[in-house]
Ligand binder design. Structure first.
Ligand code: ADP
Ligand code: MG
Length: 679
């Protein structure tokens, strides 16, 4: 795109090209930004007699013998030496060409760590190269590149060297900006990292905080921001239905509720309401801790769409949650004259046909699971797509829902608060609204840690809660390795509790129940007909039964932090004092102990997420969205938080003020991988 240099192909044999493609190297320009993992010092030769222990060294030796052995396992054993002594080189896997290079009489340089083996000094799998007599030593540190089977480091080094000589390394940051940010030049930084001058300190290079590394990390983050920002702006170029309310449906819904909106909810609704009335599609994420009251905000957004004469779709990730939403929304909206349809995989053929017909004929609100995005589901006029617990869905699924309409507005909801730099990086193509206030009158949930040996006490807590008219959840141990075992455990827990809770009604719900069985149990629990609900994590997200005030979680040490937070969030939803009992068993490992401590000490989901990030790294937070984002290769979202902020700020202005530079920057740093970022 205006920059032919960036897309010039790599010149190599077809076989090599195929292997290079595996590590993302397609164009010459990709080679320029393929940076070393580390460096080795091959500028010196160490005599064999003095090569032992600690740091890796380079020896220059002549092969005395080369023998294929089969015991204790297949290996190539090479004896070689210099004037000072002899050394064994041992290879457990090798190509025929390598074996040939190691034949008797070959002069080689081998680089690796020397160990004192049973037969004297030896190197296992050293990197080596056959050389001629009097071959000069390199004068620079050797960059060691990430590579793949069959592509030697020296081959990569050669290709990259060529690319550096002929490739386009023109600066992509405007000068004034670069000076203000105090970053070194791009060409200089890349050259430095590929070919550090002799004498460069290895430690600084490896620590990756050298200014050249900072520049590279910044460039990478900038490319990510530019790409997301551009996708965001591109979507704005598309038209969308202008959803302006034509009657007072929303106001009537509010009037019918037993509560008023919190300030945060009202603010969120104002932002969403404004977006919906624009002629381009809303792309908004509504974030709010568990229990913050996202559903009513979504319902009000739906009202605006409906009142404007369009349909709204509301998709949730589990059958239980989707049905609960359906029942609640129907209760709220049908009395106001809204036609609500329900689509789930479990519908019987006839019912399904009716609901599909209603959807196509213009039912105003359609609630459901993934069933909403199946083929054969046709909407009459989809104007707003709402996705609850959005991190549970993949990029493709969210897109599929949007495709059911003609550029509908999109509202995504998530209770998984993610730390700021992560959000800036992964959600840069969305507008974000945060519900930072819980509805009033909630008494904080009390959390208790109880050892398994005191399980009788817990049985007592449950009895007491039920005597006071409340209900309890009892979550079965999580067994990630085996669903069958998980099921068996759930059944056993249920049987055990039946015995303990004589006189109480105990229910069981798990993932393997048929949808209508699940529904029946959940409905009975919601209606107060079940006192104690024994459950697997199928109740983890979204389930809302305000009368339930006690959550018991068995083997809490097996759950992740966000899971525990979600589960705990099932209680404390009404005006009753609520508590969460975490039963743990056995000796706790370090991580489990840390997790339980965090969940015990904190109730704020954001703080929990922040601490979780520290224990676990960013992977889990962004859920399946992350799979669409090529992992950053050089920058680290936690360590380089300041660079993330800088990149974001620069990206905003750069697209409009320096579009050609922005384009070249994207080409250079993302190239063909940019497609992957789209969602
Ligand atoms: P989440 O944000 O976790 O999806 P929900 O939408 O399920 O939360 O709301 C949690 C509970 O709080 C529900 O029972 C809901 O009816 C209630 N609720 C929501 N908003 C308010 C409010 N402003 N005042 C009182 N209760 C509210
Ligand atoms: Mg919810």
């Amino acid at each position: 795109m205006g920059d032919s240099g960036a897309s010039a192909p790599i010149r190599a044999s077809d076989a090599l090209l195929k292997k290079l493609a595996k590590i993302g190297l397609h164009r010459e320009a990709d080679l320029l930004v393929h940076l070393p993992l580390r460096y080795e010092d091959e500028t010196r030769i160490t005599p064999v007699a003095r090569a032992f222990g600690g740091e890796p060294v380079q020896v220059e030796v002549v092969v005395h013998s080369s023998e294929l052995q089969f015991r204790p396992r297949r290996q190539l054993v090479v004896r070689a030496g210099d004037d000072s002594g002899e050394i064994t080189l041992r290879f457990f896997s090798f190509y025929p060409s390598q074996q040939a290079a190691l034949s008797e009489g070959s002069r080689i340089r081998a680089f690796g760590e020397v160990r004192g083996g049973f037969f004297g000094a030896e190197m296992v799998h050293p990197r080596f190269r056959k050389i001629g007599d009097d071959e000069p030593l390199p004068t620079q540190l050797t960059p060691i590149y990430p590579t793949t089977a069959g592509v030697a480091n020296s081959a990569l080094q050669k290709l990259i060297g060529k690319a550096l000589a002929v490739g386009d390394l023109s600066e992509t940051l405007p000068d004034d900006l670069r000076q203000r940010l105090k970053l070194p030049g791009q060409a200089r930084s890349l050259r430095f990292l590929h070919t550090p001058p002799p004498g460069t300190d290895l430690d600084t290079l490896h620590a990756r905080n050298h200014p050249a590394w900072r520049r590279v990390k910044f460039d990478e983050l900038l490319a990510q921001q530019l790409s997301l920002r551009r996708a965001y702006l591109a979507r704005r170029e598309q038209g969308a239905p202008v959803l302006v309310a034509r009657d007072d449906l929303g106001a009537r819904l509010l009037d019918s509720l037993p509560f008023g909106l919190t300030g945060a909810q009202a603010r969120a609704m104002a932002e969403i309401g404004h977006d919906l009335a624009q002629p381009y599609p809303m792309q908004r994420l509504l974030q709010g801790d568990v229990g913050a009251g996202k559903t009513i905000v979504a319902a009000l957004a739906a009202c605006q769409a409906i009142s404007a004469g369009w349909q709204a779709a509301f998709m949730a990730p589990t059958e239980i949650l989707a049905e609960q939403h359906y029942l609640k929304l129907r209760d709220w909206l049908e009395p106001l004259g809204v036609r609500v349809a329900w689509l789930s995989g479990s519908l019987k053929t006839k019912a399904k046909r009716e609901q599909l017909a209603a959807t196509a004929a213009g039912a105003q609100l359609i609630v459901g699971t993934h069933a909403l995005i199946q083929e054969g589901v046709d909407f009459a006029r989809l104007g707003l797509a709402i996705v609850d617990e959005q991190h549970r869905f993949g990029v493709a699924q969210r897109l599929a829902l949007r495709k059911k309409g003609d550029n509908p507005h999109q509202l995504m909801m998530s209770a998984t608060p993610i730390p700021r730099t992560l959000a800036m990086s992964y959600y840069a193509d969305l507008d974000v609204t945060v519900l930072d206030e819980l509805p009033p009158g909630r008494t904080p949930i009390k959390t208790r840690l109880v050892a398994d040996s005191r399980r009788d006490d817990v049985v007592g807590f449950v009895r007491k809660a039920v005597e006071e008219g409340r209900q309890a959840y009892w979550v079965c141990p999580l067994i990630e390795e085996s669903e069958a075992l998980q099921l068996q455990t759930a059944q056993e827990t249920y049987d055990f509790l039946l015995g303990q809770f004589f006189g109480l009604t105990v229910g069981l719900v798990h993932g393997r129940l048929k949808a209508d069985e699940k529904q029946a149990v959940m409905a009975a629990f919601a209606a107060g007909e079940i006192d104690v609900l024994v459950a697997t994590t199928v109740i983890e997200v979204g389930v809302d039964v305000p009368n339930a005030s006690l959550m018991v979680i068995e083997h809490a040490e097996r759950f992740g932090l966000s899971q525990l937070h979600q589960l705990r969030g099932r209680v404390g939803r009404g005006q009753y004092e609520s508590s969460c009992v975490l039963i743990y068993a056995g000796q706790l490992g370090d991580i489990a102990r840390q997790r339980l401590k965090i969940i015990f000490e904190h109730t704020d989901g954001f703080e929990i997420a922040r601490q979780d990030l520290q224990i676990r790294g960013p992977g889990e937070f962004v859920g399946s969205r992350q799979s669409g984002v090529p992992l950053l290769r050089y920058a680290d979202l936690e360590m380089d938080a300041d660079l993330v902020e800088m990149a974001r700020e620069v990206a905003e202005g750069m697209l409009t003020e320096h579009p050609a530079l922005a384009e070249r920057h994207l080409q250079r740093w993302l190239g063909s991988r940019e497609e992957l970022l789209k969602s």
